[in-house]
Unconditional design. Structure first.
Length: 423
């Protein structure tokens, strides 16, 4: 109960740290970003405020970073350091690592407030990244602060890392920490799961489908082929494709409840967008699409499923003469990943969540892709995704639920005690 009493007494501090992180613009700009100031601030909190051992380093400083099998090229990291803090254990216990990303998605259209001005309204803290995932990062820091101020001494090491470049399938910040040698007996990734314990994550790919045609006017009998018509058929197919995939349940045990695999059209582009008017059809039409998949699906298999399904769709409608689009990768393929079904941290987190939240914990696959695959496919540390409740991730007026955030701090603290052991 001492942990809960501390959390009740420090609610403002929990919200305050999350709010402080929101104030920094850490939008992922695909190939670069501006996470440095936020990471420097967090390093100060961890080192001077909590007395932890802190490593502030550029991913490029991690030996073997570019040779790591999960490294993805084409990014800039000169002003984008990672932060790793260690609370050394006294010995004899299991180690636990909390891995969060500090970067956020871009500002989506429709925000009714300044995205970087945190606002508390009722039980909600609003701000860009509040839910995904600065709230979870703050919870991991405050859980350690709670235990240190209460005099706990863990037997196993506790590590907190804040990585750059996770959005847009980045994951290189997470890769750099593995290349730097930071591993543990288990990891928790505080992505926003609404207090569901997620031993698995989906995967996904973002592709650009390009249809090409010929332009002009048929004044002399020229054959004109407008690629917008073929692209239109592809758009209709994508809606059908998503609905058809939802008819089948996902794989057990983590996705047996699941009846959705998002297929999201993110952009459609055709014609000269700079001209005031166009009096000719477009030479090309581009459709950007995000397609999710379950663990065990390869990029090649997902691509084949998409294109073969489109081929069949065209033939069923007597449109088999139309060609398939050229497909180009826009970001890295994120493979779905999972931990062993009997991984002991799953049960521990479920039990602690039930005690704190007063209800049975949901244990299921996460309804999104994230950087947990770096741990569960390429690393030596099995990672479970488990984070706060809230809403509007990657959307206007993103928020984290404050009572749920405080519950998360308590669950993290109790998990450290039970997993790492204490003196």
């Amino acid at each position: 109960m001492r942990i809960r009493e501390w959390i009740d007494a420090n609610r403002d501090g929990i919200v305050g740290l999350a709010a402080d992180l929101i104030r920094f613009d850490t939008v992922n700009r695909v190939t670069d970003g501006t996470e440095k100031a936020s990471q420097q601030y967090l390093a100060t909190v961890l080192e001077e405020g909590l007395g932890l051992e802190v490593d502030l380093f550029s991913p490029e400083e991690a030996e073997g970073f570019r040779d790591h099998p999960a490294y993805y090229p084409g990014k800039e990291y000169s002003e984008r350091p990672n932060v790793v803090a260690r609370w050394p254990g006294t010995g004899g216990g299991r180690s636990l690592l909390f891995s969060s990303h500090i970067d956020t998605a871009p500002v989506a259209p429709g925000w009714e407030r300044d995205p970087w001005t945190p606002v508390v309204e009722g039980d909600r803290l609003y701000g860009l990244g509040a839910f995904d995932m600065k709230g979870g990062l703050a919870a991991s820091v405050m859980a350690v602060r709670c235990l240190r101020e209460l005099g706990y001494r863990p037997q196993g090491d506790v590590l907190i890392e804040s990585v750059v470049d996770e959005e847009y399938g980045g994951a290189n910040g997470t890769v750099a920490c593995r290349a730097r040698g930071y591993e543990a007996d288990a990891a928790i990734v505080p992505e926003p799961t609404n207090l569901a314990v997620c031993p698995a994550t989906r995967g996904g790919a973002m592709w650009r489908a390009t249809f090409r045609g010929s332009v002009g006017m048929s004044f002399s009998g020229e054959t004109i082929r407008n690629p917008a018509y073929e692209a239109g058929a592809f758009l209709c197919y994508l809606e059908t494709f998503e609905k058809r995939r939802a008819e089948a349940r996902g794989p057990e045990p983590w996705y047996g409840h699941d009846r959705s695999l998002p297929v999201i059209v993110t952009r459609v582009e055709a014609g000269d967008m700079r001209a005031e008017l166009n009096d000719s059809g477009p030479a090309e039409c581009h459709i950007d699409v995000w397609v999710e998949c379950y663990p065990g699906t390869t990029e090649e298999a997902l691509r084949a499923e998409l294109l073969e399904g489109f081929r069949a769709y065209l033939e069923e409608r007597g449109l088999g003469h139309r060609g398939l689009p050229d497909i180009r990768k826009l970001i890295r393929f994120l493979p779905g990943a999972e931990v062993a079904h009997d991984m002991p941290l799953i049960r521990l987190l479920a039990e602690e969540t039930a005690k704190v939240a007063g209800r049975p914990a949901l244990v299921q696959g996460a309804p999104f892709a994230c950087d947990a695959f770096v741990f569960n496919i390429y690393g030596r540390t099995p990672a479970i995704v488990f984070g706060p409740p809230g809403g509007n991730a990657h959307a206007p007026d993103e928020y984290v639920d404050i009572p749920g955030l405080c519950q998360l701090v308590e669950i993290y603290a109790r998990a450290i005690v039970e997993w790492c052991g204490t003196e």
